[in-house]
Design a protein. Structure first.
Length: 384
């Protein structure tokens, strides 16, 4: 049976809302087998030798744990682009009021360096706006942006661009993008930009603020400078096998625009739907999405290596699915996995760092330290 993304997203929301359905996620405590028929080549990418950090690229695999990565590594015959990272660490993900976080609170910590309450987006524990790396970069004269595969009103991109007390405030989140400090925003979600209940046309409002508003990556590719708000799909992007290298293209096109600023840039890139497929306990789609994210990591590492002044940090906001690798065959690209939950778990998540300053992301640190360390390397003073 072929599913479209609207059906998948609707199923996910229903599963998260209804305990009876949530308890019957198909992969729970069952052995699920995945075989990668067509592994991809992985090259060695030499890190630059310099120490200057001009640009920072933060890559977030939503819901991605060490076991996701180990499973993807095994399926691709023992190779991932992530292996090129110079330094690794672990991040603790608990939020202010819960041991098990969500993408709202987890992403806010990565974006702002501040803990917040579960489901909060871009605000501190009292509900006040928490300044994000996008906004810090803007104040410093740098350019900034986000590139994602999920709807833009979803938690992670909103954590970097918007400020609301609850991630369910979707219409308000999307409206706040009109005042975003980001110079480049790429992702899906035009259904909440037009035909809104409040009658606003957010495309027109963004254009009035000086944004170009292409509706596809092909259109965006023609834009070389300025402010860009590219919204490509009505809801989420298509499945990995259908959309192709969307995330890689979106990220590199965003960099092409942002890199025009001599003061440097900050860019957040999210492999968004790892989280969805972890919730579904769908090992097939989860591995497709994880490998897509890894290939994007490879493209970004390669760009950063050639640039020489770009730090790349790869991490996650939390783990999804309680994934465990229980068996497999490295030569065959076969993995056997189990999921223990259809929700999030509290395990620490990995940090991979590549480029100048990457030695600052080792050991066991709090998720808020990811943002704080980035600020320190960019000579930005953290606002407590």
């Amino acid at each position: 049976m072929k599913f479209n993304n609207k059906y998948i997203s609707a199923l996910l929301l229903a599963a998260m809302a209804a305990p009876s359905l949530h308890a019957d996620v198909k992969g729970r405590d069952k052995e699920l087998t995945y075989v990668m028929e067509n592994p991809y080549e992985v090259s060695v990418i030499e890190a630059p030798k310099g120490n200057k950090v001009k640009n920072v690229i933060l890559m977030i695999g939503d819901g991605m744990s060490l076991c996701h990565i180990q499973s993807a590594w095994s399926a691709n015959r023992g190779k991932l682009f992530l292996d090129n990272a110079q330094y690794t660490g672990l991040s603790k993900t608990n939020c202010l009021d819960k041991l098990i976080t969500d993408s709202g609170a987890g992403g806010t910590a990565l974006a702002s360096g501040k803990k917040t309450k579960y489901h909060s987006v871009g605000v501190d524990g009292e509900g006040n706006p928490a300044k994000s790396l996008v906004e810090y970069a803007k104040d410093k004269g740098m350019s900034s942006g986000v590139a994602v595969t999920c709807r833009l009103w979803d938690a992670t991109p909103a954590d970097f661009c918007c400020h609301v007390v609850d991630r369910e405030m979707e219409d308000q989140i999307m409206a706040q993008y009109v005042d975003t400090q980001a110079d480049v925003v790429v992702g899906p979600g035009w259904s909440k930009m037009i035909n809104r209940k409040d009658g606003r046309d957010l495309f027109k409002e963004l254009q009035a603020k000086g944004f170009k508003t292409p509706r596809s990556l092909d259109e965006m590719a023609k834009i070389k400078s300025g402010k860009v708000f590219c919204v490509t799909d009505s809801f989420d992007t298509q499945l990995p096998a259908v959309r192709g290298n969307y995330l890689e293209r979106a990220a590199l096109q965003a960099i092409n625009v942002l890199d025009k600023n001599p003061n440097g840039f900050f860019l957040m890139i999210e492999g968004s739907q790892l989280d969805d497929y972890g919730h579904f306990n769908d090992i097939d789609l989860l591995m497709q999405e994880t490998h897509d994210f890894d290939r994007t990591v490879g493209a970004i590492f390669d760009w950063a290596a050639k640039d020489g002044e770009t730090l790349v940090v790869v991490t996650a906001d939390h783990e999804t699915g309680g994934l465990t690798l229980v068996d497999g065959d490295l030569e065959q690209g076969k993995i056997v996995c189990k999921f223990s939950t259809g929700g999030h778990s509290g395990t620490m998540v990995p940090i991979y760092a590549f480029g100048p300053g990457s030695e600052n992301f080792t050991g066991i640190i709090d998720n808020t330290d990811v943002a704080k360390n980035i600020m320190k390397l960019l000579n930005i003073e953290f606002e407590k």
